[in-house]
Structures are given as structure tokens and as C-alpha cells.
Write a protein that binds this ligand. Structure first.
Ligand SMILES: [Zn+2]
Length: 537
């Protein structure tokens, strides 16, 4: 990597449930009609899945060990290796699907096709595929779209199961890492860290990888352009403060700590004009200013709605989707944020690479203080210093395994995630998120996702795989049923909005719900893949 100039502050660049094989059953139309009437489907819903080709695999370039043959003194090499192994394992499981289906396609006119196909699927994918699809292949063509989607959904369910059962990121609620970070956060003067990254799949790993935070200790709500919903966030703030009053959790209401809302916008250092944030026309100055404006709106909403000095703290961070290096707009204690002034983690990396860990930490602390717009809050400085230290490990990660920058500069997501939840998805370019309660409110995010997948999948004849997800609290009576109904409503709205794609078998949906109070995998409760439609559209 070329060394960068030593300056640490630069102006803004001008560019600115285990699946069970689905089974034939009642028509989807009947079920949807039942949901419209407010009834819950009484029998098991079809859980056959759809799909096509996974995005082209672009993760095959091994990166050299960074210059001077070593990592930064603050980087934990074993943590990097563990994260890389997890990322590889999951993505390979998705990316194996298309090659296997191609081989399967070549076999479809063999006399013992069904047994050969199942053998191949078992060996290569680790599971069998639905028999009805295979059995129809001799009559028509093998329905590759449904088969692709089915395999993709199966892989997603396996990912979900292993995440909750094995805690591969070591960040589960109650884990040592999560408990330690919660204590640290309180020490810094914050009782909740609420981060909104852009919904872009290139930021899906932001919490667990780029910022190295235990996922359960942070509230994550991605939105297109990082433009979070103000009212929804005020509701969350109310809930958080109420819990402090009622339960003294995470700390008593009288303790002098704040709710910290963070916006994480993004840009591309390699191709700033094209690979920045789509929601802001790849204009990183615009992405930063819109994010900042939304933060201020939230703060004002809290201050205007509640008296007695109610307020929240705000923090604006940018991330380079090519290198994962962050830049932090260090705020002053007076709440001021300068959009044109930031501290770049790559500069922090260079400034500390020859220092001992202790010296490095002191230096980072000083750099953060110097970068502040006005006199900074000491707790905020500590938190930002920690985020920068964590990000140094991620910069090394990208240098170690991706030669300094990702080779998949653009989109390469494997599926769209719609709804509320997805605690188990923390990998870069795996999922495009569209968080919403209803399609009406999330239509813009969803349209962006569908457009992205028209390029990734439909252009190659593969369907767009959509996983709908609603989390619920198992301790609340009726919550699961309501989550199931919400999921069905969203699916119905999607079928109406993207009717052309659905009719062509080019958009398939898996419905899932998840009890957020338990460490159980997401539960599949339905799907657009139905055996009746296989083979004929
Ligand atoms: Zn974006």
C-alpha cells in the first residue's frame, strides 16, 4: 500500500426451524385471501423456495500480508483470521448453488436423474432438493428459477441456524465481549449506541467487522442513504428511557448518561463518482450532510417533544466501502459537527503503526481531541478512539485478505432482506436490507434493492430472492401471530408491486419470523415457491 500523507485532517473531497422440504398444499391465493380477512393460515404454509444464479463470486483474490510483513500493533490477527474464515464459509455456501445447478441441469435427461441429482445436491450443497421439482423435469424443463430460489432460502436458513446456535461472531447477548462493551459504553457516558448505516449490502458487516462491536450491544437499523425514520427512532428513545425508569437498565434514569445516535454514510475511494451511495447519487458530501440533517431532526424532535432538558448525542461517521476505513466527524461538546472536517482511520493507522499498543492508544486519543470541531466531550473522545482502534484491525483485514481494497467494488448481494430484524446477517455484500413495517413506507428502499438485483440476477435469468422477516417478542401474547400476518401482508404487497417479475418466476419470497427473546434460528412460515406453480407460469 502506498503511504499516505501524514496530515490527519483533510477537507471533504469534491466528489464527494429447520426447513423441511416443502410439500404440496393449498393455493397461495386462498391463503392470501385468508390473511386479508385477518385470519391466520391454519395449516402449515408452503415452504418451497425459489431462485437462480448467485452473484458472480468475486472473493477469490488472496491478498498479500501487508507491507513490512506485519500487522498493526493494535490488530488482533487471530480475530481477523476467525472473521475471514466465517465470511468465506458463509459466502461459499451461497456461491456453490449456481455451479451445482448447472451440473444438475446437464443431468436432467438421464434416466436416473432424480437419484443422481439428490446425490449431487447432498454432496455439494449438504442438503437434498425438493422432489416434486426434480420429478417434473422429464415433462418440461427443470425449473431452475424455483430451484435456485429454494436452494438460496435453504442456505439462508442454515446461516440463521448456525448464527444463533454457534455465535460465530462471539457477540451474543450475555457474551463476555458484549458485557465488556456495555460497561465501556456506560463509562463513556452513553446508555445506548444506536447506529444507522446505509442499507447498502457493502455496509452489512459494518458493526461486527468494520467497527468490531459485539452486535448485541448495539442497535442497528439500516436505511437507504442512512436516512433513518425520525419518529420510529423517537419511539425507541422513549422505550429506552422508560426502561431506565422502570428497570434501571442498563442504568438508572438519574445517571448522567445519554442516548447516542450514529449515522454511518459511505463513499468509494476508488470510484467516487459511481460506487458511492446510490441514494445520494454517489455524492459523499451530500450523503454526509443529509445524514447530519437527519441526526439534527432527531435531536430536535426529542428536545421539542420532551421538556426537562431531554436530548440525545449525535455522531456522524463515513466509511469507505473499498477499504472499510472510517472517517469520524468528531463533534464538540456543544454538539457542533463539521461536515468538512474529519479524522481518517487510515491516517490514524499510519500515525501509530510503529508505536507500541499503549503509545498508539494515547496517540489516537490525542488525534481525536485535535480533530474535534470544538472542545470535545471526554467520553465521546474515548468512544471514538475505541472505534478507530477497532477499525485499524479492519483496515489490516482488508489488506491481508483483499490486497487493500475489495475486488467487488460494486454490489454483489445474495438476497434482499425485508422487514424488521436480521440480527444474524453481518457479512459484507450478503444482503440488501429494506427495513419496514409495510411496503408502503419502505417502497423507496425496496425499489432500490429490486433495481440492484435486476442487474445482479434478473439480467442473467435468475430470480430475485427476498427474505421477509419480522421479529417479535415471545413474551407478548399474540405477537408471533401478528408477526406472521405482517410478513404475509408484506409479501402480498410485493407481489402486487412487482407483479411482472413474480409472474415470470423472477422474484421469490421466503417468509420468516423470529422470537427476539430467544437464541433460536429464524422460523420459515411460508414462501412463494409452491409446487403447484413449478414448471408453469
Ligand atoms: Zn448507500
Amino acid at each position: 500500500m502506498p503511504r499516505r500523507p501524514a496530515s490527519t485532517i483533510r477537507p471533504t473531497a469534491p466528489t464527494a426451524a429447520r426447513r423441511r422440504p416443502g410439500r404440496p398444499d393449498g393455493s397461495l391465493g386462498d391463503r392470501l385471501a385468508a390473511v386479508r380477512r385477518g385470519e391466520l393460515p391454519t395449516e402449515p404454509l408452503p415452504v418451497l423456495r425459489p431462485s437462480v444464479m448467485a452473484p458472480v463470486r468475486r472473493f477469490d483474490r488472496p491478498g498479500p500480508i501487508p507491507g513490512n510483513g506485519g500487522l498493526h500493533p493494535l490488530t488482533d490477527g487471530s480475530a481477523n483470521a476467525r472473521l475471514q474464515a466465517y465470511d468465506n464459509r458463509v459466502k461459499e455456501s451461497f456461491d456453490r448453488i449456481v455451479p451445482v445447478l448447472k451440473r444438475l441441469s446437464a443431468l436432467q435427461h438421464e434416466s436416473d436423474f432424480v437419484s443422481q441429482a439428490q446425490e449431487l445436491a447432498r454432496t455439494e450443497l449438504g442438503y437434498e432438493v425438493p422432489l416434486p421439482i426434480l420429478e417434473r423435469a422429464w415433462v418440461t424443463q427443470l425449473d431452475m428459477r424455483s430451484l435456485f430460489a429454494w436452494c438460496l432460502f435453504e442456505t439462508y436458513e442454515q446461516l440463521s441456524a448456525s448464527f444463533f446456535q454457534e455465535d460465530p461472531l462471539q457477540g451474543q447477548r450475555g457474551s463476555p465481549a458484549a458485557a465488556a462493551f456495555e460497561r465501556f459504553l456506560l463509562d463513556c457516558g452513553f446508555h445506548l449506541l444506536d447506529i444507522t448505516p446505509c442499507a447498502d449490502g457493502r455496509l452489512a458487516h459494518a458493526i461486527a467487522f468494520a467497527l468490531r462491536l459485539p452486535y448485541s450491544a448495539v442497535r442497528r437499523r439500516p436505511h437507504a442513504g442512512a436516512l433513518f425514520d425520525v419518529e420510529n427512532t423517537v419511539q425507541r428513545w422513549i422505550k429506552t428511557e422508560h426502561r431506565r425508569y422502570r428497570e434501571a437498565a442498563p442504568n438508572p434514569a438519574h445517571a448522567d448518561t445519554r442516548y447516542l445516535k450514529v449515522v454511518l454514510y459511505h463513499f468509494s475511494s476508488l470510484d467516487p463518482q459511481h460506487e458511492g451511495c446510490a441514494a445520494h447519487g454517489s455524492d459523499d458530501a451530500l450523503a454526509a450532510s443529509c445524514g447530519h440533517k437527519r441526526l439534527q431532526d432527531f435531536q430536535q424532535a426529542v428536545e421539542n417533544s420532551f421538556c426537562c432538558g431531554a436530548s440525545v448525542d449525535l455522531l456522524l461517521i463515513g466509511i469507505d466501502t473499498d477499504t472499510d476505513a472510517i472517517r469520524v466527524h468528531v463533534p464538540g461538546m456543544d454538539g457542533s459537527t463539521n461536515l468538512e472536517r474529519w479524522l481518517d482511520a487510515r491516517d490514524v493507522y499510519e500515525a501509530t503503526r510503529i508505536l507500541s499498543p499503549e503509545e498508539g492508544r494515547r496517540r489516537i486519543h490525542n488525534l481525536v481531541e485535535q480533530a474535534a470541531t470544538a472542545t470535545p466531550d471526554p467520553g465521546m473522545v474515548r468512544l471514538i478512539a475505541r472505534l478507530l482502534e477497532n477499525n485499524i484491525a479492519q483496515i489490516d483485514y482488508v489488506r491481508q485478505y483483499y490486497a487493500g481494497h475489495y475486488s467487488d467494488a460494486g454490489h454483489a448481494e445474495r438476497f434482499i432482506g425485508v422487514g424488521i430484524g436480521f440480527k444474524e446477517v453481518h457479512l459484507r455484500n450478503l444482503t440488501y436490507f429494506a427495513y419496514m413495517d409495510t411496503v408502503e413506507e419502505g417502497a423507496a428502499d425496496l425499489d432500490v434493492g429490486v433495481k440492484i438485483f435486476k442487474g445482479l440476477n434478473v439480467s442473467r435469468g435468475l430470480p430475485i430472492p427476498v427474505v421477509i422477516r419480522f421479529d417479535y417478542s415471545g413474551t407478548v401474547p399474540g405477537a408471533r401471530d401478528r408477526a406472521v400476518r405482517s410478513a404475509w401482508r408484506v409479501m402480498e404487497a410485493m407481489r402486487a408491486r412487482y407483479a411482472d417479475l413474480v409472474a415470470e418466476g423472477l422474484l421469490h419470497v421466503l417468509l420468516t419470523v423470529h422470537d427476539q427473546d430467544r437464541l433460536e434460528p429464524a422460523e420459515a412460515v411460508g414462501s412463494t415457491i409452491s409446487f403447484e406453480t413449478v414448471g408453469g407460469h
